[in-house]
Design a protein around this ligand. Structure first.
Ligand code: ADP
Ligand code: MG
Length: 154
């Protein structure tokens, strides 16, 4: 499943649609090079989840918790690049959130975050030469059954 995202707003809208479908315990891995739109997408996801707090790149803090809106689930936004690919460290970060009760979004998570769960969604972002972003969804485990139900903007 591939979509074209012509503007940052389109990336936000895509994230919002995805975020509004997330549940506690969900794991989403954002893949794509620097500047592909991972943090922008996370902003949309946060908006869709209705969580509070400004979303910025977690590069320097490794992980940031956005408390749950009402009702809703918290968002844990992780930068696996800085975590050195060992996501078992996540548990040692003493996050003010239970991963099982949060939606967990991991930038640069491919190749390491899979160890957290057999059920995860990879969102692959590419930057085309004309600056349009192409986003592809790769569901794993139980996500395979959920992806067709996502109402994502094209
Ligand atoms: P990453 O977290 O992957 O490094 P960012 O989310 O910080 O990327 O986005 C990098 C830049 O790309 C930002 O200036 C953002 O506004 C822009 N951007 C995001 N999505 C799009 C899009 N669909 N089209 C054009 N520019 C975009
Ligand atoms: Mg980023």
């Amino acid at each position: 499943m591939k979509y074209e995202l012509p503007t940052p707003d389109a990336t936000m809208a895509f994230g919002r649609a995805l975020g509004s479908s997330l549940r506690a315990g969900d794991l989403v891995l954002l893949s794509g090079p620097l500047g592909a739109g991972k943090t922008t997408l996370t902003r949309g996801i946060a908006d869709g989840l209705g969580v509070g707090g400004r979303v910025s790149s977690p590069t320097f803090v490794l992980a940031r918790v956005h408390p749950a809106g009402v009702p809703g689930v918290p968002l844990v936004h992780v930068d696996a690049y800085r975590l050195g690919g060992d996501l078992s460290e996540l548990d040692d970060l003493d996050l003010d959130a239970d991963l099982e009760r949060s939606a967990v979004v991991v930038e640069w998570g491919e190749g390491s975050a899979e160890r957290l769960s057999a059920d995860y969604l990879v969102v692959r972002l590419e930057r085309r030469e004309d600056d349009v972003r192409i986003v592809a969804l790769e569901p794993h485990g139980t996500w395979a059954a959920r992806v067709p139900d996502l109402r994502l903007a094209g």
